[in-house]
Design a protein around this ligand. Structure first.
Ligand code: ADP
Ligand code: MG
Length: 618
């Protein structure tokens, strides 16, 4: 055994660095947090080779006094807390006092600063050298604020360096850090350059429109165009931000930003609440996109649970979960065709011709519905992986021929605005024909509306059943001639055990033999359904969920199955008045933009887009 000795400063810091400094992105995170803690309202980030060669971050914050410069680089030195009470009510992003020391121990770091308080004095620079990391301060020139320059990350810890990925991967992660922080502080301007190329230039955003514009620049314009803005307050909690329409879903959970009191977090409770809220409307296996801000009293949330601070602990997690779920659920339920139109008209101020941060290309937004539901929209369902790999805003590839120019989009948006005010033409227009017994064609002021009649009717039936189940129970009607169905013994068992629960859903099913049941009553709303198939499917569902569980726990799923049977099938000829009635029902029904499986129920091809297809006016 060797004797015990104190670690050198550098070694101790390098060990600490193992926890917080994993890659260039983590350096940028720590340095940016320091800038924000210093009260800066402008930060400039310059990186080279994905941050491995150089990361230079300059801010216009409070700066550091000459005498404190050395301390800034030592471990357990912080200006942000001094006692345990401070920790309880932490308002700053940093507080452990070890980031600079850690980064410094595994790179060549220079900190230059000029304190705002030290008027007239010049700026100073500090570096740390040797095993003991002794600091040397020298005069420098710098405006009020600080610059931290980190060169050759991990040059002295080769084992760490080996874990770095390609320049692009490292840069993408670093960029993600910048985006997260940029979305957390609209009152701060962020500039990011990579290898001398401008990546982000985000000015301070004060008005709602400016904030929305920043979100569009960071998350891509398609996100903003296909999301709803919410702002809800209840029981001391406030939730605001943008949530995507269910049809703008993604194959990965990569466009999800959630902030608690300005701090980005990833939390199981939050994900669960969001997932629940989208449950009814999201296509299977897809993920919603959102930028959301939860605000609550600092004392109600504990941020000091994780070194990189991604997790938080809510004092009353149940309350938070319920609040999130309810707020989002309600917002999503409220989306009607006419609301989308209004939402779009409100967005008219946002500039559609934004630059894609990933490719530097001009993004042509295809208009909300064009991109969402037409041919391109299909692509998003069939080939989610390609959509995801092409990155943030390129989701609706906005491909050349169908893409509109920014001016055209602007025109279209004002047309939406006009339309939504127009009393005479309803949002989904008037039916003109039925196509192949599957689609309803309707004309509204903007162009052609195509409705998948089964999908739409299914949603309407489902929402009605849920509503009546919640109010005074599902109304049932007896069958004039009870229908007997041959089933398996297991299904008959299930029908027998769950008879009461099925009755609550309006289904009167009675076992009459070991392999036979009789249906005596069905919900009024499903009068036209194929009853035998309906009962078989419901029994199959009940069995799949395990018949021991209470059926009411998955009543929604069962009603969704039932609604599917009770809805107009393909190849049913509808009259024009019937079609119009369906369109009006859609306008009135919650979540009518998606069928029960999350697929869109209607699409719009505007006259502009049709003109494009025929190369008119080019
Ligand atoms: P922490 O942020 O946890 O306090 P750091 O090691 O990140 O620890 O920073 C140490 C101290 O250096 C901070 O408490 C702060 O006083 C000072 N500091 C670091 N960066 C800046 C900056 N950009 N502007 C002003 N002060 C800074
Ligand atoms: Mg810090």
């Amino acid at each position: 055994m060797t004797r015990i000795a104190l670690l050198s400063q550098r070694l101790a810091n390098q060990i600490a660095a193992g926890e917080v400094v994993e890659r260039p992105a983590s350096v940028v995170k720590e340095l940016l947090e320091n800038c924000l803690d210093a009260g800066a309202d402008r930060v400039e980030i310059e990186v080279e080779q994905g941050g491995t060669k150089l990361i230079r971050i300059r801010d216009n914050g409070a700066g550091i006094e000459k005498d404190d410069l050395g301390l800034a680089l030592s471990r357990h030195a912080t200006s942000k807390i001094s006692n345990l009470d401070d920790l309880e009510n932490i308002a700053s992003l940093g507080f452990r006092g070890e980031a600079l020391a850690s980064i410094c121990s595994v790179s060549r770091l220079e900190l230059t600063s000029r304190a705002r308080s030290a008027q007239g004095e010049s700026a100073w620079r500090v570096e740390a050298a040797g095993q003991e990391m002794s600091t040397a301060v020298s005069p420098a020139s710098h405006p009020p604020g600080s610059t931290v320059e980190v060169r050759d990350l991990f040059f002295n810890t080769p084992a760490r360096k080996k874990f770095l990925r390609t320049e692009k991967t490292e840069f993408d992660r670093l960029d993600e850090v910048v985006k997260r922080l940029a979305l957390s502080r609209f009152d701060v301007a962020f500039l990011l350059r990579h290898n001398q190329r401008a990546i982000h230039h985000l000015d301070v955003a004060r008005s709602e429109q400016e904030k929305q514009r920043r979100v569009a620049l960071v998350c891509g314009p398609a996100f903003v165009e296909n999301s709803i803005h919410i702002d809800i307050e209840a029981s001391g909690l406030r939730l605001w931000g943008w949530v995507s329409l269910p049809t703008f879903s993604r194959s990965q959970a990569d466009l999800q930003y959630f902030y608690v009191n300005g701090r980005i977090i990833r939390d199981k409770l939050v994900s669960h609440a969001v997932k629940q809220a989208y449950k009814d409307v999201l296509f299977h296996g897809r993920h919603p996109a959102f930028v959301l801000y939860l605000e609550l009293q600092p004392a109600l949330v504990d941020v000091n649970v994780h070194p990189t601070k991604h997790e938080v602990r809510f004092r009353d997690s149940r309350l938070v979960h319920d609040f999130l779920f309810r707020a989002l659920h309600k917002a999503l339920a409220g989306v009607r065709p006419q609301d989308s139109l209004v939402a779009h008209s409100e967005r008219a101020a946002y500039a559609p011709g934004a630059i894609d941060p990933g490719t530097g290309e001009l993004l042509q937004s295809g208009g909300a519905w064009a991109g969402e539901f037409s041919g391109q929209g299909r692509i998003s369902f069939n080939a989610p992986s390609s959509a995801a790999s092409s990155g943030g805003s390129a989701y609706y590839s906005s491909s050349g021929q169908q893409g509109l120019t920014p001016t055209q989009v602007a025109d279209q948006i004002s047309a939406y605005a006009e339309l939504s005010k127009d009393e005479d033409v309803p949002p989904l227009g008037f039916a003109i024909a039925q196509l192949h017994g599957i689609y309803i064609l309707a004309q509204n002021k903007l162009g052609l509306v195509v409705v998948d009649m089964h999908a739409a009717h299914e949603r309407i039936t489902y929402e009605r059943m849920k509503e009546s189940a919640a109010n005074d129970g599902i109304r049932a009607q007896p069958l004039l001639v009870p229908l007997s169905i041959a089933v398996s013994q297991a299904e008959a068992d299930c029908a027998e055990q769950q008879a009461e629960a099925l009755l609550a859903l309006g289904l009167g099913v009675e076992r009459v033999a070991s392999e036979s049941v009789v249906v005596r009553q069905i919900p009024v709303i499903l009068a036209s359904a194929d009853i035998e198939q309906l009962v078989r499917d419901v029994l199959a569902d009940v069995r799949e969920h395990g018949s021991s569980e209470r059926v009411s726990n998955y009543q929604d799923e069962l009603m969704s199955t039932m609604a599917c049977h009770g809805s107009v099938r393909a190849n049913r000829q509808l009259t024009i008045p019937e079609m119009n009635a369906l369109l009006r029902d859609m306008e009135r029904t919650e979540r009518s933009g998606q069928c029960n499986h999350g697929r869109p129920t209607w699409v719009l091809q505007s006259i502009d887009q049709l003109d494009k297809l025929f190369l008119r006016g080019q």
